[in-house]
Design a protein around this ligand. Structure first.
Ligand code: GUN
Length: 291
């Protein structure tokens, strides 16, 4: 029987560290770090996520503002809003919540965000820095996965890490971070052959596909570490991950639950990125950040 990797508890501890760094920034700069979240339309799930992000900011001593724009907002108007936030000196982080309505090309919006304020780590400059293993802003969910591994004192170097899912938001950056830590990384996706056998070879398995309970207990290597990034509703409308949790817990050494695993880490890392962006914009070298 494995252990539940309690993301909620680990995220609380990270949030306390971030709150100290935010208070230090406020003392020295005379203003708190600031995050502005832009939501286009009123997708119910997104509205909840965005509200939670703003609340978490306030609790950490970060100024959090949500802009809700109508679903009919044009791409041009959204980009104009982003440009205006780029220009505001007291704004350290800009996050445009996904998904955006179909008439908006998300890539063009993310390209418009000042890379120094790109707390999502989605700007091509930050993606390129991550690719090269250089300091930049890293997407929150994969960064949260690495922090979970660290909190559980899991050695990454030399391990076989399998990342299932190749999105720009989770799969690809997660693979880069694992590679940087000297894991042997395999990226699996919808065209991968014999996925169960591949997963069974993983010492570290990251599931980020968005299919309810797709990864079964017999896909998991005994003693593996399983990080479940999925948030899905099953047929009974229950919130479940990409991994069959109870089955996985029988085999693995560690498994993250859904909810309460990777999700809380994403928000904590967003706060971390905001304070990191604030300090970097103020000229503090990243090596001196106590985060
Ligand atoms: N929607 C779901 N997750 C995310 C995320 O990490 N960033 C943004 N911008 N939108 C999201």
């Amino acid at each position: 029987m494995g252990q539940i990797l309690d993301g909620k508890r680990i995220a609380e501890s990270l949030r306390a560290t971030v709150a100290r760094a935010a208070a230090d920034f406020t003392d020295r700069m005379g203003r708190p770090p600031g995050l502005e979240v832009v939501l286009v339309g009123e997708d119910p799930a997104s509205s909840v996520y965005v509200r939670n992000k703003a609340r978490a900011c306030e609790a950490a001593g970060i100024r959090g503002v949500v802009h809700t724009l109508p679903a009919s907002t044009s791409e041009q108007a959204l980009i104009a809003r982003v440009h205006a936030l780029n220009e505001q000196p007291n704004v350290d982080g800009i996050l445009v919540q996904l998904p955006v309505p179909a008439h908006i090309e998300a890539d063009r919006v993310f390209d418009a965000v000042d890379a120094a304020k790109d707390v999502d780590g989605f700007h091509p400059l930050n993606a390129g820095l991550l690719f090269e293993g250089r300091a930049g802003l890293v997407p929150c969910t994969p960064w949260g996965c690495m922090r979970l591994l660290d909190a559980a004192q899991i050695e990454v170097a030399g391990k076989h890490a399998v990342v299932v899912g190749r999105s720009n938001i989770v799969g690809k950056p997660a693979a880069m971070l694992l590679l940087q830590r000297s894991a042997t990384v395999t990226m699996a996706h919808s065209k991968t052959r014999n996925l169960p056998a591949l997963c069974r070879d993983a010492d570290i398995l990251i599931a980020a596909v968005g299919r309810p309970e797709m990864i079964r207990g017999d896909w998991i290597k005994p003693g593996a570490v399983v990080l479940d990034v999925g948030i899905n509703r099953n047929d009974e409308s229950k919130l479940v991950g990409d991994v069959a949790f109870a089955e996985a817990l029988e085999v693995a050494a560690f498994v993250t639950p859904v909810p309460g695993g990777v999700g809380p880490m994403t928000i904590a890392c967003l706060l971390e990125n905001t304070v990191r962006a604030a300090w970097m914009r103020a000229g503090l070298p990243p090596s001196e950040l106590k985060l």
